[in-house]
Design a binder for this molecule. Structure first.
Ligand code: 3H9
Length: 698
């Protein structure tokens, strides 16, 4: 293996280059290389100043995350940074692309920092369940002050080079692409000025500010509910206000090590890696996607307009077809509204918004307008006959090789594909509402879908900034199928005596963004009612039908959109208060079913809900609807408000112990062996003493 750190000299300037693709992570070999380079620099009398640069597309992406969970190997990063800082001769960090986590900490160990325009700098460690562990919490506050450090580190955010200059995180911003040249030029200037070594650690402690610390803690308790690292980051920053550097570094290290051992760290690191692995599928390995230069959308309702917006925001031209001029105009209005909201959120500027509407969006009323599209997404009413009609029209007008996608959330895509002359071009693209905001995209691969069509769907997701998960065809695909099973488990508990509000609270306490009944209110009780109607034919007498939800539907209480569902929403509020009337409807349902209610503890609710989730997820894997457990984790994290710090439900199950989850399923099966049939895959993994993660390999 070639040495990942190079030491060269350009006159009196030592250039230390880190080359450890793809992100120059600070692996043991890099740490050892940096250590050796700075030992050499100290001894190299011809070198008067050093410049640290990263080879490739960025400076340093941070510590090597794949080393987490293994015993740390010397030299440790804090010691390497300490050695750089202690250099008697000045050291410059020349940053391009990104300096993240340990990467920024290396730069903070340097005495002067230059960043190229466009570089991102940050300490994102809390997103991995830890805090900066190589001096970031002690040096950054000395440089940028307490308030800026409190805004940046506990949120794990990044700043641009320009903002970094303003907050004095860097000393200079340079234009261009060549960090090495910019760093050398800066070093020359410093030499000419006789600039000395200037350790950040020698700066005075940041001034203590109890109010700012309190405010940060209160904000994080709200915003980062359930997470330990952000509050720990505040503790470490506070330590910088009262301890000298050496003591502060020791305190930071202690907190860092403790966090390294937490399940939250394991969950968040799992989330990081699976988000990258989810797009790596053997079936599309090495398969080139088709071109994607023009998108067609059929249907301009909320979903179709949202999909069009998502494409437009990423620079893709969109032609949207509606049934008549009035509907087309309405769709254009919805899209314009979406773009206005993006302008308000600072995601887009007004001139670009205007240009997108003027140049990239076409609305039309005839299918012929789609004849040049590379990929057409149908987002019309969820009815097989309607969809088939749309696909017949697309089959007529679409150019050969165009991809025909359906946004259905449950219909049989194999049947849709079978209705056209080119089934291999048909695929499901299940967006989540609002489609221009939600990150998840289920790519539903039908029986006959061609591999390059699947590859193109993944390429589209990347282009749209979305996370794509491969799913197979079944009612509800991965996410909605699991959700509907969890909801059935919750309905069973409610029928037996739990209140929906208790269920919601218990699951929020577990970490879900919303409880299942608050989600029903958000989606609309009409959706659930129609789904139950649709499935009525296949219903087993042992299925629990939430008749109270049907009653709410018939009363016109459809959830947030009517101001009342399970919860009551005061004018315009998106947070409801429990409606006691719902309890009465449920009491009636219990009486009708001859159930005498019993109490549930929150713990029992959580265990049942999670056991149902994992059990159904195991079936989803076994049936090949999800190919790997990680596909389920990513789906639940990005589409269903599952707490990221738990890594996803399959990671949660692995960490809880599959034996314990299976025992819960079996305990429930003892009283209800219809709903609670243990999934064979779960039983097999337990019998073989394996976990779900063992199925993620490869
Ligand atoms: C830290 O620094 C702790 C210190 O404070 C204390 C130490 C004592 N390590 O994302 P991409 C892999 S904590 C190992 O697709 P992009 C990644 O898995 C760290 N591997 O590229 C992928 O592998 P594969 C703080 C890493 O251009 C490949 O590189 N730093 C690491 O879209 C390409 O990644 C962070 O949290 C890593 N640090 O984005 C930054 N980073 O090809 C984490 C990436 O096999 N990284 N890989 O799938 C990122 O945010 C993005 O990767 C980055 C590049 C913005 C750098």
């Amino acid at each position: 293996m070639t040495d990942p750190v190079r030491y060269e000299r350009d006159g009196g300037i030592a250039v230390v280059t880190i080359e450890n693709g793809p992100v120059n992570a600070l692996s043991q070999a890099v740490r050892a290389g940096l250590d050796a380079a700075f030992e050499r620099f100290a001894a190299d009398d011809a070198a008067r100043i050093a410049v640290i640069v990263g080879a490739g597309r960025l400076f340093i992406g941070g510590a090597d995350i794949s080393e987490f969970g293994t015993p740390p190997a010397a030299p440790l990063l804090p010691d390497v940074v300490g050695r750089i800082e202690a250099s008697e001769k000045p050291v410059v960090a020349a940053i391009h692309g990104a300096a993240l986590g340990g990467g920024l900490e290396v730069a903070l160990g340097a005495h002067y920092r230059l960043a190229l325009d466009g570089a991102q700098l940050g300490l994102p460690e809390v997103k991995l369940g830890i805090i900066p562990g190589a001096g970031g919490t002690q040096r950054a506050p000395r440089l940028i002050g307490l308030k800026a450090a409190l805004a940046m580190i506990p949120a794990g955010g990044t700043v641009t080079a320009g903002a970094a200059l303003e907050m004095r995180l860097v000393d200079r911003v340079a234009a261009g692409e060549d960090a090495r040249a910019a760093g050398i030029a800066y070093a020359r200037e410093l030499l000419e000025q006789g600039a000395p070594a200037r350790p950040v650690g020698a700066l005075p402690r940041p001034v203590a500010d109890a109010a700012a610390l309190d405010e940060a803690r209160a904000r994080l308790a709200r915003k980062a509910r359930g997470e330990v690292a952000p509050l720990a980051a505040v503790d470490a920053i506070e330590a910088a206000t009262r301890l000298d550097l050496a003591e502060g570094l020791a305190e930071e290290r202690r907190i860092f090590r403790d966090l390294m051992e937490t399940p939250q760290r394991a969950g968040l690191v799992h989330a990081f890696f699976i988000e990258r692995k989810v797009a790596k599928l053997p079936e599309i390995d090495g398969i080139a996607p088709r071109g994607l230069d023009a998108i067609g959308v059929v249907g301009g309702g909320l979903m179709g307009a949202g999909i069009a917006t998502a494409a437009l925001l990423r620079g893709l031209p969109v032609t949207l077809v509606e049934r008549d001029a009035a509907a087309a105009e309405k769709a254009a209005g919805t899209i314009a509204g979406n773009l206005d909201a993006a302008v308000k959120r600072g995601k887009l500027d007004q001139p670009r918004r205007d240009a997108i509407l003027a140049e990239k969006l076409t609305v039309a009323t005839g299918y012929e307008a789609l004849s040049r599209a590379d990929l057409i997404i149908e987002a019309v009413f969820e009815d097989m006959e309607v969809k088939k009609q749309v696909f017949a029209a697309l089959d007529r007008v679409a150019r050969p090789g165009a991809i025909l996608a359906t946004n259905t959330s449950y219909l049989d895509i194999d049947a849709i594909a079978a209705s056209v002359s080119r089934p291999s071009d048909v695929i499901g693209l299940h967006f989540f509402s609002p489609a221009h905001v939600m990150k998840l995209l289920e790519v539903v691969v039908a029986d006959k879908t061609a591999p390059e069509v699947t590859a193109t769907a993944f390429a589209l997701a990347r282009r749209l900034g979305k996370i794509a998960v491969r799913a197979g065809v079944c009612d509800g695909f991965i996410g909605n199928r699991i959700l509907s099973h969890c909801r059935a488990a919750a309905d069973r508990m409610v029928l037996q005596g739990a209140s929906p509000f208790q269920v919601d609270q218990a699951m929020r306490d577990f970490g879900f963004a919303m409880g299942p009944y608050a989600v029903v209110d958000l989606a609309g009780l009409d959706i659930g009612f129609l789904t139950r109607q649709r499935k009525a034919r296949d219903r087993d007498p042992r299925d629990v039908v939430p008749t109270w939800a049907d009653a709410l539907y018939h009363m016109g209480r459809l959830g947030q959109k009517t101001g009342r569902g399970y919860y009551i929403y005061e004018a315009g509020s998106r947070v409801g208060r429990p409606d006691p009337g719902v309890e009465e409807l449920i009491a009636k349902a219990r009486a009708e079913a001859g159930v005498s209610p019993r109490d549930f503890t929150d713990e029992e609710i959580r265990r049942r809900y999670m056991a149902a989730l994992v059990n159904e997820a195991a079936r989803v894997i076994e049936e090949g609807i999800a190919q790997r457990p990680l596909d389920i984790d990513v789906t639940l994290l990005h589409g269903y408000g599952f707490p990221r710090w738990r890594g996803g439900p399959m990671k949660w199950a692995d960490m809880t112990g599959l034996g314990s989850v299976l025992a819960d399923v079996r305990r429930c099966a003892a009283e209800d062996d219809y709903f609670w049939r243990p999934a064979p895959l779960l039983e097999r993994l337990v019998a073989e003493n394996r976990n779900f993660d063992s199925l993620n390999a490869g």
